[in-house]
Ligand binder design. Sequence first.
Ligand SMILES: Cc1cc2nc3c(=O)[nH]c(=O)nc-3n(C[C@H](O)[C@H](O)[C@H](O)COP(=O)(O)OP(=O)(O)OC[C@H]3O[C@@H](n4cnc5c(N)ncnc54)[C@H](O)[C@@H]3O)c2cc1C
Length: 373
Amino acid sequence: MMKKIAIIGGGIIGMTLANYLDTDKFDISLFDDEKNQATKASAGIISPWLSKRRNKKWYQLAKDGAAFFEKMKNDFELTEDVYEKCGTLFLRQKSDLIDLEKLAIERKKEAPEMGEIKRLSEEETVALFPLLKPRESLYLSGGARLDGKAYLSSLKKRAQKRGVKFYSERATIARALDKWQVIHEGVTEVVDDLVLCPGPALKELLESIGTQVDVKPQKGQLISFQTDFETKNWPVLFLEGAADIIPFQNGQVLLGATHENEEGWDLSESQEAFESLTEGVKSYLSDTKLIDFPYHYRVGTRAYSSDFSPFFGPHPDFSSLAFASALGSSGLTTGPYIAYLLAQYFNHPEISWDSSNYQKDIKNYINIEKTSN
Ligand SMILES: Cc1cc2nc3c(=O)[nH]c(=O)nc-3n(C[C@H](O)[C@H](O)[C@H](O)COP(=O)(O)OP(=O)(O)OC[C@H]3O[C@@H](n4cnc5c(N)ncnc54)[C@H](O)[C@@H]3O)c2cc1C
């Protein structure tokens, strides 16, 4: 029998999930108020392999998340203006480059999708990214960029063709016997299954059913320059102690991003962010013309938990309710794979849920005060 399922949150998790849930089994509705989307504001870097983070479960998730893009690219026929393996370039001191290369070679054993690993001379670096001063670098051919906004728009069209119903409204939830109520604009929908992927707003949704959750909003700003450079084949740049530089195909170059833990839900643009993001990169550029081009800000709100780890999966008390949040600054990388795992959970209830490779027990992030039936 067909079941009704509602998804609250139409960022990268919700939109991917809407495309992986089985439409032979589910009548799907997606609610998104389009207010605070991290996905639309994001920088777009998919290259987790040389991260300094020591959290092994996070690394496993991010590594598998990056590998998952190959499947997703085919499943959703993503075009290069949405997702492209443009390569990533790391600029460091020479001695650090040697260590980084060793790490890359070691990690590639488990992550062949990292592609070619190559130390580049000063000339080769400048040939690949003409705005740079001559510096040696390390290049990974498997690094990629995803245009979050274009991804959402492309997946929304696919989901609509699959019959997914969209509501651009804020929703609240309530428990109703063994089902869920989703309330929006005074209308109440009753569904069998419910998935919450609303970023930091997970807190208020879960609180309404008596579950406290460890998640907070973090402000992120980046600057988007519209240049006349021929950026098509430029790689993403990781600079030491400065903003990352993310070129897109049409001359658009992003600098980002800030991590502002104390700003809550604030989405205002700040001159301070402009200065801190542009100041650091100047010393790497031979031509600072980049920062004279017209620009605009992108500001979004990420979700993060106290140990900066994402969490996702079924609610311990209700198998018909799943949630995902706290993807932090790597959610474009991990989000689609998390959505896929959640889709498998609902599509195949006969398979028991086990995400212990990827995260601590979900009970570490929640506190169930009362179980309202
Ligand atoms: C500036 C910036 C740069 C970033 N750069 C990168 C990067 O380079 N690489 C990378 O991997 N990650 C990056 N990230 C992180 C990544 O964008 C996020 O982790 C990811 O997009 C989170 O996706 P999500 O689906 O969990 O949430 P979101 O994209 O935030 O979507 C949640 C949606 O739910 C809606 N919502 C909330 N409550 C309700 C409700 N009650 N009813 C209806 N709708 C609701 C929200 O308004 C929002 O639209 C960046 C983030 C920012 C902000």
